[in-house]
Design a protein around this ligand. Structure first.
Ligand SMILES: Cc1ncc(COP(=O)(O)O)c(C=O)c1O
Length: 405
C-alpha cells in the first residue's frame, strides 16, 4: 500500500497529458484563471463540475436565428438573462443583434461595463435605489430602454431624469403573459399619453413577453397561445399610432415562438434567449415536425466525473444540486453514452443508474449531461468553457453571474 508521501509524489510527477503536452494542476489552474487556454487544454483537463459550450452548436444556433430574423425583416435583441456573458452578447451583436435584453438593472449594468449597448431592461425598475441606478446607466448608455407598467413609476423616472438633466427611453410593458405589465388596449394607451405629456421620458414602444406560450407542448397549440397573446400587443401598437403616438418598437417572443411570432405583422423585434444553448425543457416542447424540438442544437452541457462506484449498476458523479438547476420535474440527461440515467443525490452528488455497457464505467470517467433548464444553471457558474470537439478553445466569464437585483 502506498504512503501519503508516495501518493503525492506520484500525483505531482504525473500531471495531465494535454494535446501532446503535459501540464500540472497548478499550471492548468493558472491558464484557466487567465482565460489563456486555446489549443492547450482538452475537456479531460477541466476541473469538474464544469459548464461547457459546444462552439460548433452555439455558432450554428446563432446564425440560424440571425438568418431567420433577417429573412423576416425583424430586429434581433436576444435576452442576456440566459447567458449573462458579455462575450456571448458581443458575438450576438456581431451576428446582427441590435443589442441585448437584460432582466434586471444589475445585469444591464454588468453588460454596459463591458461595452454592450442597445440594452432593453425587460423588468420594471422600481424603487429609489434602482431608479438612481437607471439614471446612472442611461448617462453611460443613452440608448438603454427601461420597461414600465405603472403611472407612479413613470412619474418617478421622469422626476429622476429631470433632476439629472437627461431623458430616459421607456417601453410600456404589456400584460400579455402571466407576470408584469399594464393591460393592453386602453390602460396602455393612458400610460402612453402620460409618457407623452412628460419632458424627461420618451416612449420607445412596447415590451410584450408571453412567457406562458414559450413552452406550450405541440407546435399548433403553441402557435394559438402565442398569437392570442401577441395580437393584443399588435392591437395596442395600432391603437397608440391611431392616436398620433409614435410606437416604433414592439419587442417580444422566445425560443419556443420564434417561428410563430414572425408571422404576426406589427411585431418589430424578437428577444429569444435559450436558443443559443437549449436544454431538456425546450427539447420536450415539440417542433413543427415532431415531438423533439430540434430547431436549435444542444450546445450547453455540464461535465462531471465519476467519483465513486458503489456497485456495478450505480456510479456517483460530482455534480448535484449545486451543479444543475432543479426547478424542473426531470433530471439532467446523458446523451453521449447509452444506459445512464441520472438522479439527484445531494448538494454535491448525482447518482447514475447504469445498464448495459455503461456498467463498465470506472472511477475518474467523465460524463456530460444536457441540463434541465439553461438560464438558472448558467447562473451557478463563474465561467463557461468553450469546446470544439475535445479541445478547449476559450474560457468566458459569466459576467453577470448572481446579478439578480
Ligand atoms: C422578458 C423575456 N423575454 C425573453 C425571454 C427569452 O425566452 P427564451 O429563453 O424562452 O427564449 C425571457 C425568458 O425568460 C424573458 O423573461
Amino acid at each position: 500500500m502506498g504512503t501519503r508521501r508516495s501518493f503525492l509524489a506520484g500525483a505531482l510527477a504525473a500531471p495531465a497529458v494535454v494535446s501532446g503536452r503535459r501540464y500540472s494542476a497548478v499550471e492548468i489552474g493558472r491558464m484557466l484563471a487567465r482565460g489563456d487556454v486555446r489549443g492547450r487544454l482538452s475537456k479531460e483537463d477541466l476541473p469538474t463540475p464544469a459548464l461547457l459550450l459546444d462552439l460548433d452548436a452555439f455558432e450554428w444556433n446563432v446564425s440560424r436565428m440571425a438568418e431567420h430574423l433577417r429573412r423576416h425583416g425583424l430586429a434581433f435583441r436576444p435576452h442576456g438573462k440566459t447567458h449573462k456573458c458579455a462575450e456571448i452578447a458581443r458575438r450576438l451583436i456581431r451576428a446582427g443583434a441590435v443589442g441585448c435584453c437584460a432582466a434586471k438593472i444589475s445585469e444591464a449594468e454588468a453588460f454596459a461595463r463591458e461595452g454592450i449597448g442597445g440594452l432593453l431592461i425587460t423588468t420594471p425598475v422600481v424603487g429609489r435605489d434602482k431608479i438612481e441606478r437607471a439614471v446612472r446607466l442611461a448617462r453611460r448608455r443613452p440608448d438603454t430602454i427601461f420597461s414600465v407598467d405603472n403611472p407612479r413609476n413613470v412619474a418617478d423616472l421622469d422626476e429622476a431624469a429631470r433632476a439629472a438633466g437627461i431623458r430616459l427611453n421607456l417601453a410600456i410593458d404589456l400584460h400579455v403573459g402571466r407576470r408584469t405589465g399594464v393591460m393592453p388596449g386602453e390602460p396602455a394607451l393612458r400610460l402612453a399619453e402620460q409618457i407623452q405629456s412628460l419632458r424627461h421620458v420618451r416612449l420607445a414602444g412596447l415590451q410584450a413577453y408571453a412567457g406562458h406560450a414559450s413552452h406550450v407542448v405541440g407546435f399548433e397549440r403553441r402557435r394559438q397561445v402565442s398569437r392570442e397573446a401577441m395580437e393584443q400587443a399588435v392591437h395596442t401598437r395600432r391603437l397608440l399610432e391611431s392616436k398620433g403616438i409614435p410606437c416604433p418598437l414592439l419587442s417580444g417572443g422566445s425560443t419556443g415562438t420564434y417561428n410563430i411570432d414572425v408571422e404576426i405583422p406589427g411585431i418589430t423585434e424578437l428577444q429569444p434567449g435559450s436558443f443559443i444553448f437549449m436544454d431538456v425543457d425546450y427539447n420536450r416542447i415539440g417542433g413543427r415536425d415532431g415531438d423533439f424540438y430540434g430547431d436549435f442544437r444542444n450546445a450547453l452541457t455540464v461535465l462531471s466525473t465519476v467519483i465513486s462506484k458503489p456497485s456495478a449498476d450505480t456510479a456517483i458523479v460530482d455534480a448535484g444540486l449545486k451543479a444543475f438547476s432543479t426547478d424542473k420535474p426531470f433530471p439532467p440527461e446523458c446523451r453521449t453514452r447509452q444506459g445512464i440515467s441520472y438522479s439527484f443525490a445531494g448538494d454535491e452528488h448525482g447518482r447514475l443508474t447504469l445498464s448495459g455497457e455503461a456498467r463498465r464505467l470506472e472511477l475518474g470517467d467523465r460524463i456530460e449531461f444536457v441540463i434541465p433548464h439553461c438560464d438558472p444553471t448558467v447562473n451557478l457558474y463563474d465561467r463557461i468553457y468553450c469546446v470544439r470537439g475535445e479541445l478547449v478553445e476559450a474560457c468566458w466569464r459569466i459576467t453577470a453571474r448572481g446579478m439578480s437585483q
